[in-house]
Write a protein that binds this ligand. Structure first.
Ligand code: MF3
Ligand code: CO
Length: 249
């Protein structure tokens, strides 16, 4: 069942989403060569506490940190490590905030310390443009398949591998609620979105093949072919005419 949120719940998600975006902006600036994902996770914890929010990922199904930091061919859900980042690494920060009982989820991917190569740029731009294309179709009355198809179209045009196993999702009371929002699909299919619903949209794409493999840590996922992977995510409110991005400062 897809649940519609009340105005105070939506307001709480706006406030929490703004905290989330603020922390990601700070972390992005601090993601320099030599810094470790663990350093960044510590900073995320500190900055979120200073803003008055609580981490939403910590303890979720046993997840051991406040943020997922996936580097290069790590696809998603990676536990921050103490391996120093290097110039040219592709880093995904995926962060969740709980505020006044409500959860928001958001992520960004970027290149560390130097300009991305042409292929890295295709991965980063294609994945971010896929998220934007999804935001452009979300509105009251649209179907999940419309959103999925918009994402698939952009990822395919950028010749990226579309990770099938991971999906966007409803968000708010829980980190993961109905509906699932795959990053591929057909227009006119799937559940209807209504004003007041809140969803997290997260295209996840690989520079190479779509296949992924799991790590023995139970969380980290890797591209099977060792190619780079990217993710961009926003939590949004469905409105009568479009959507409102909640995870922005
Ligand atoms: N955006 C990720 C997702 O929806 C967040 C995962 S948090 C974790 O899957 F704790 F489950 F890793
Ligand atoms: Co998510």
């Amino acid at each position: 069942m897809i649940r519609v949120k009340t105005d105070p719940q939506i307001q709480a998600m706006r406030e929490g989403g703004a905290m989330l975006a603020t922390v990601l902006t700070i972390l992005r600036k601090e993601t320099l060569p030599g810094v470790t994902p663990k350093d960044l996770a510590r900073r995320a914890r500190q900055e979120l506490r200073a803003l008055g929010g609580e981490p939403a990922f910590l303890g979720y199904q046993g997840y051991p940190d406040v943020i997922c930091i996936s580097v290069n061919s790590q696809v998603q859900h990676s536990i921050p490590t103490d391996k120093p980042l290097q110039p040219g690494d592709i880093v995904n920060l995926d962060f969740g905030v709980k505020h006044k009982g409500m959860i928001t989820d958001g992520g960004i991917t970027f290149c560390v310390g130097e300009k991305p190569t042409a292929d890295q740029q295709r991965l980063l731009q294609g994945t971010e443009r896929a998220l934007q294309a999804a935001l452009d179709v979300v509105k009251d009355g649209c179907r999940v398949g419309d959103v999925s198809a918009a994402i698939e179209d952009v990822l395919k045009r950028h010749k990226l591998g579309i990770v099938r196993e991971l999906v966007g999702h409803g968000v708010g009371y829980e980190l993961h609620e109905d509906p699932e929002i795959p990053n591929y699909g057909s227009k006119g299919t799937g559940p209807v979105l209504r004003a007041g619903m809140t969803i997290a949209i997260e295209p996840i794409a690989n520079l190479g093949h779509e296949e992924i493999v799991g790590d023995h840590d139970g969380w980290t996922l890797w591209t099977a072919d060792g190619s780079l992977s990217a993710q961009f995510e926003h939590s949004v409110l469905v409105t009568a005419n479009g959507c409102e991005v909640l995870t922005q400062a």
